[in-house]
Design a protein around this ligand. Structure first.
Ligand SMILES: [Zn+2]
Length: 191
């Protein structure tokens, strides 16, 4: 199973899921994962490289995607959309966790968020931009399945680690919802 080596941003607030989502415009296929800003409505959250890679495209002012960049990694290619600004250029080699830009609301967007798209092919693959009849990019995968949710879990839980068993206890001051709790526990390893 492929995973990110670094999460794309610090926010955990998923606003629109991959696939068909009732909150998404026109009931069309949503080819990425939307993550809202740390503070709703406020631009400028740091965006990070999810793995080592090379910048294959930097596009400014696309009418739909706004400012976006394409980072090609070994196992997949990541596209970051609606950026406020980017700090990288085509051909640049990037290390995992490097800042590649800042979250914004450029293009078609209702507020500051990252739309992250992951495709399991290289940027120059003939299938990179190809869609099926539903509007899904044929090489797109759900970015949520690649997120490092154990990092989120450690923010919300204290790892008690009793007798070598990983036990997470909820932090007192944490307003996590029941649904979020189960989503996190689902991801947490119980080695
Ligand atoms: Zn989106």
């Amino acid at each position: 199973m492929i995973r990110f080596r670094h999460n794309p941003c610090n926010s955990e607030r998923i606003t629109v899921k991959f696939g068909y989502d009732k909150d998404y415009i026109n009931d069309s296929f949503h080819n990425g994962l939307d993550i809202g800003a740390l503070t709703p409505g406020v631009e400028g959250d740091e965006l990070y490289a999810v793995d080592d890679g090379i910048i294959k495209s930097v596009r400014l002012n696309s009418s739909t995607a706004g400012n976006y960049i394409i980072l090609e990694c070994e196992k997949y290619t990541a596209r970051y959309l609606h950026m406020q600004k980017t700090t990288v250029s085509v051909g640049q080699k990037i290390k995992v966790g490097n800042i590649i830009g800042y979250m914004g609301s450029t293009g078609i967007s209702t507020g500051p968020h990252l739309h992250l798209e992951i495709k399991t092919c290289k940027f120059d693959d003939k299938d990179y931009w190809k869609k099926d009849i539903s509007g899904k990019y044929i090489k797109a995968v759900d970015p949520e399945s690649l997120l490092l949710k154990e990092h989120w879990a450690e923010k919300h839980f204290i790892n008690l680690n009793r007798k070598g068993i990983t036990i997470y206890e909820r932090r007192f001051d944490d307003p996590i919802t029941r649904g979020e709790l189960f989503a996190l526990l689902d991801r947490v390893s119980t080695n």
